[in-house]
Every structure is written in C-alpha cells, then in structure tokens.
Write a protein that binds this ligand. Sequence first.
Ligand SMILES: [Zn+2]
Length: 271
Amino acid sequence: MPLPSPKELHMEMPLYEVINLGAYASTDSYQVVFYSGTIDAFCLECEKEGVFRAVGGEGTEAAISAWDWNSMVTNANTIRHFSRQFICARDSEHRFRSYFRLDGDKLIKIGQYPSVADFQSPGLQKYKSVLGKDRHRELVRAVGLAAHGVGIGSFVYLRRVFESLIEDAHRGALTSISGFDDEEYQHSRVEEKILMLKVLLPPFLVENRAIYSILSVGVHSLTEEECLEHYGPMRVGIELILDQRLEQEKRQEKETEAKKAIAKIHQKVKE
Ligand SMILES: [Zn+2]
C-alpha cells in the first residue's frame, strides 16, 4: 500500500485507521505528515474550491523536525500526540485541523475538523438554513454512508429527510389549499400523497412520483443493492424540494426589502 497523499491523510482518511510507518522511509512519511505545501480542497466556509496552506501545529506545540521524526518512528516506546493546521488562502480564519497519535511506528489519525463527511458533501452545506441542523446532519450522514457503499443505512436516513419534507408540504397544504381532504391524504400511498400536494412540490417530483413508491415498502424487505439504486432519485427529490425552498426564501427576502424601501418613500412623501 503506498503512503497516502497529504490531502488523503489530513482530509479524507477515516479516523482510527492505523498506518504502519515501519513500511516506509521516515523521510517519505515526514513529507506527508508534516507537509508544508498547499492543498486544493473545498472550503466549507467560502463554500467553494480553494487553496489551503500548511501552517504547522496548534498553539505552542513544539515543531517536530525530520530528524526528531526519524528517531520517534524507530523507537517502539514513543507515544506522541500532535496536530496540523491548514488555512484557506482567502481568509486565515477558515482553518482545517487534523490530530494524530504516534505509537511507536503506528500513526493513527484521532481527530479532524471539518469532518470527512462534511468534505464529501460540500454541495449540501447551502441547505443547512432550510433544513435545520438535525435534518441536515442526517442528509450528510446519508451521503457519507452511500459513499462507503452502505445502501440500507444511507436509505434510512434519506427516507427520514424525504418524509419530513413531504410532511412540511402536508402541513402547508392544511392551511393553504382550501378543501384539502386530510382524511383521504392520511389513507393514501406515497405516490398519491405527492399528487395531492402537487402545487407545493417541485414539478419533477410530481411527474416522477412513481419512483417514490419505494417509500411504501418496508426497509426490512429491501436489499442493499435496491437501496443504493434508489439513492440517486431520492437524493435528487430532496435537493429539488430544498432548491425550491431556497428560491422562495430569496424571493421573500427581496419582497421584504422592497416593501421597506417603498414604505420609506411613502414616509418621505408625507413629510
Ligand atoms: Zn475559505
């Protein structure tokens, strides 16, 4: 197994995986662990691709030289903890941190912020405001699990998010659609529910509602493969609903601003 790249080691590798440094020259592992160059990566705070520059460890932590490193990894009694930091080229407050434990020649990543899952789903960050913290975390978890080929687990999380969004639309329908037949809604299948809520949901979702009939099937009777197969359409459905809400939010903000401006003008005219 080749040594991971600096980006893989610091940003992408899952926590607690053990790297056996005895298999590599200490000068090579030093270059990766104490990488001093730049890494191209998505900045979650800028919300776009950026360049991160290595700035050493945290606080007053003593610098570890290549010489120290060599004696540390060749001494079975070594126990050392250290961290690395990378800062965004656009804003030095945007930092990426990774934490390690060296036990003899075994290197273990014991911490990372932002998390690996956050990095795998940068496109989802923009939905945090409309989704709320808990549901957003579930969506990120679903994407992370699917990225690791865990179909059923991912599907369960996606399903929770999807159903909660449909329920939001349902609550909206009770107050905004006159003569909405809630009795009928309660007894309907997912496809029919989507149709009943069609004025509140994205057209794509309504047109392709048959795909979502899988939601009526119990999770226990689905296979890992079936779940992974439905992952795409489920995720698209969720993102379309969220995109629609983001647009509505933006429009409302604009309207509020315009109303304020108009009120100001009226006020002036009166004076
Ligand atoms: Zn940034």
